[in-house]
Ligand binder design. Sequence first.
Ligand code: ADP
Ligand code: ADP
Ligand code: ZN
Length: 216
Amino acid sequence: MKVVLLGPPGAGKGTQAARIAEYLNVPSVASGDLFRDHQKRDTELGRLARSYMQRGVLVPDEVTISMVTEWIETEAGDGGFLLDGFPRTLGQAEALDGALSNADGLDRVLYIRVANDELVRRLTGRLVCRECGVTFHRVSNPPPADGACGDCDGGELYEREDDRPEAVGKRLEVYFSETAPLIDYYREAGILREVDGEQSIEDVGQELVEKLGGAS
Ligand code: ADP
Ligand code: ADP
Ligand code: ZN
């Protein structure tokens, strides 16, 4: 199955991706993680992406599309994949359709819906593991008491630079102008399924799994 997780920054895409990928038994990737990995390795792409990410705006389509389609070609087999954070523009969505035109296209787009004030609360309390990339939240999903990651071997937790309040406002603005139009794009294609993201992590996960199948 070929699935996309769609939703505003802070909706819980990364939190749910591992569970969905495991359920489907497909590889998953987050475009933001690919960019952060390039930055860690100090590649040319990483340096380019940093200048956009710091400002909370999107990295240009051209480089983003080639990075993700290359991942699909090299990492995703015939069994499908899960994409988190890509596509984020109509141009990216059309490029993805083009890349999949020999493979029946996407099967599902799962849209995680969360209201703005809750997004701000989630992003400004987010903690990310430097080692494994798993996210926690200071209040709603706290890390172990020693403040180290509980998912890998105690990786250091940090606050993303673009989760500062100044960048968060800009990212939400960018989401509404550039990414939200994809909701209608995929609804018209008949593959969009909407999930209420303001439930417990467990309940959101369960609803996502339910909406992978069936007609509604
Ligand atoms: P979040 O998890 O909060 O939605 P991401 O980690 O997905 O954030 O993205 C962080 C930043 O990386 C974005 O603000 C943007 O600069 C860049 N980025 C990630 N995915 C894309 C994409 N598909 N197109 C353009 N830029 C992207
Ligand atoms: P995204 O990848 O969509 O940007 P994340 O998965 O990183 O979002 O989640 C953003 C923040 O919200 C994290 O701190 C995470 O722990 C927290 N979070 C995720 N899902 C929920 C939920 N259902 N209820 C409360 N907090 C959540
Ligand atoms: Zn970790």
